[in-house]
Design a protein around this ligand. Structure first.
Ligand code: SDX
Length: 427
């Protein structure tokens, strides 16, 4: 195949190089398009536009493939744990025993929050959404720690350890704030997921040991959410970081982007949808018909994906895990049955088949979160905790290449030049 695309536009000829990725994908490098032709491209939602090259995660939406640094997600979910996968995403290789021990120790040493941060929680009204608190407090970290994240590797490493160490504490305190229970301090003798469960569900008056199967389930769910190449929130982190904003501010922006119901906020919206269908008598067919009617304003949350035009491999793993977890906790959740019926009806319906709409990562994850005892408004916070290493890895990768601030262009469609109109002449 030719290594360049040559074409003429506006009477000018452009020779644009074609580049190929390690999995054989090709792209037209349009870096010189405007200088050679005076023309730009237009691609709302960046459906066809690559923002960067990246060596972190590979997706194949047609085949339902997801790999972190070349390792299939199915093997990582089965054999690894969240901190090991975090190391892999950030550093590019699976750690040896010494590297993993150092990484875990460095993160564990940074789980505590500065005591003054407690006052920020007191300022939030009762019922404040935990995602708002998470984004706010993560951003506030940059007021407590001088920003070394743009100077040297030691500064970047320290900022990364602080974020990975403190996010579970920040998240659990947002939950405790809303239910009026005392904040629980981290316990450095517990592993990452057990410590988070302890800070979430322990109360000072009662001993609490997180169940092993809950710790395992959280590890699997965090691994499945850890990265997903150039999704909305990760692209946000890269764009904010491209202005040389510090790591805390960049991640706080990613948290804000993730909150949207079309993105990470979908896991909360799915549970609310399933509860609505359940309370309405469980007639899934009625809601599938509504989802097909654009005027209804109803969308089947947890269905569809920009990239996956086949099954989201993460949804398959989570769906199988739902049965295991519910059986382990001895729970029969009618919402799981509704979800399975909804999936079956939708996947047999031409509307969904024609549009290649399948369950995505958010469709079943909430069933497990609910079985683990998390309230619905904490679901997207759990997504953020899982996605943190991916955001960090992309921020670091973006900062390694020569810093080029992200600044898209546009096609102007507003008023052409016109003279100012004095107030009395405006009718
Ligand atoms: C995540 O990008 C990532 O990688 C994200 C993520 C990650 O790990 O970071 O995977 C996590 O965000 C998963 C997606 C969670 N969101 C939802 O579940 C919300 C419901 N889904 C959609 O709103 C939608 O499917 C998106 C946002 C996920 C994808 O939107 P696109 O690619 O812009 O597709 P679209 O909205 O243009 O839809 C294409 C067609 C439209 O119909 P037509 O105009 O062709 O007639 O499909 C229809 C849409 O109306 N459609 C749906 C639908 N999703 C798309 N119709 C009913 N229910 C749905 N859920």
């Amino acid at each position: 195949m030719s290594s360049q695309l040559s074409f003429e536009i506006n009477g000018r000829t452009a020779d644009l190089p074609l580049i190929s990725g390690s999995e054989g994908e090709t792209a037209i490098d349009i870096s010189k398009l405007r200088s050679e032709t005076g023309t730009i491209t237009l691609d709302p939602g960046y459906v066809n536009t690559g923002a960067c090259t990246s060596g972190i995660t590979f997706l194949n939406g047609e085949k339902g493939i997801l790999r972190y640094r070349g390792y299939p997600i199915e093997q990582l979910a089965e054999n690894s744990n969240f901190l090991e996968v975090s190391y892999l995403l950030i550093h590019g290789e699976l750690p040896n025993a010494g590297e993993l021990e150092d990484f875990e120790r460095n993160i564990t040493r940074h789980t505590l929050l500065h005591e003054d941060l407690r006052h920020i929680y007191q300022a939030f009204p009762k019922g404040a959404h935990p995602m708002a608190m998470l984004s706010c407090v993560v951003n506030a970290l940059s007021t407590f720690y001088p920003d070394f994240s743009s100077t040297d590797q030691k500064g970047v490493d320290l900022a990364i350890w602080r974020l990975l160490g403190k996010m579970p504490t920040i998240a659990s305190w947002a939950f405790k704030k809303n239910i009026g229970q005392p904040f629980i301090y981290p316990s450095n003798k517990l592993n990452y997921c057990a410590n988070f469960l302890s800070m979430m569900f322990r109360v000072p008056a009662v001993d609490y040991e997180p169940a092993e199967e809950f710790v395992k389930a959280l590890n699997v769910l965090f691994i499945l959410h850890a990265d997903h190449e150039q999704n909305c929130s990760t692209s946000t982190v890269r764009l904010v970081g491209s202005s040389q904003a510090n790591l805390f501010a960049s991640i706080a922006s990613g948290i804000a982007a993730l909150w949207g119901p079309l993105h990470g906020g979908a896991n909360q919206a799915v549970l609310e949808m399933l509860m609505m269908i359940h309370n309405d008598g469980g007639n899934v067919g009625k809601f599938v018909e509504m989802a097909k009617d654009k005027d209804s304003g109803f969308r089947l949350m947890g269905f569809g994906h920009r990239v996956y035009k086949n099954f989201d491999p993460r949804a398959l793993i989570i769906k199988n895990y739902c049965d295991q977890i519910l059986e382990k906790v001895g729970l029969h959740d009618p919402l799981l049955e509704i979800a399975k019926q909804l999936e079956q009806v939708a996947l047999e319906d031409d509307f969904f088949k024609e549009r290649k709409l399948y369950p995505n990562v958010d469709f079943y994850s909430g069933i497990i979160y609910k079985a683990l005892g998390f309230p619905v408004d904490m679901f997207t916070v759990l997504f953020a905790l899982g996605r943190l290493p991916g955001w960090i890895a992309h921020w670091a990768e973006m900062r390694q290449s020569p810093p080029k601030i992200g600044r898209p262009r546009q096609i102007y469609t507003g008023a052409i030049e016109r003279p100012f109109l004095p107030l009395e002449a405006r009718g």
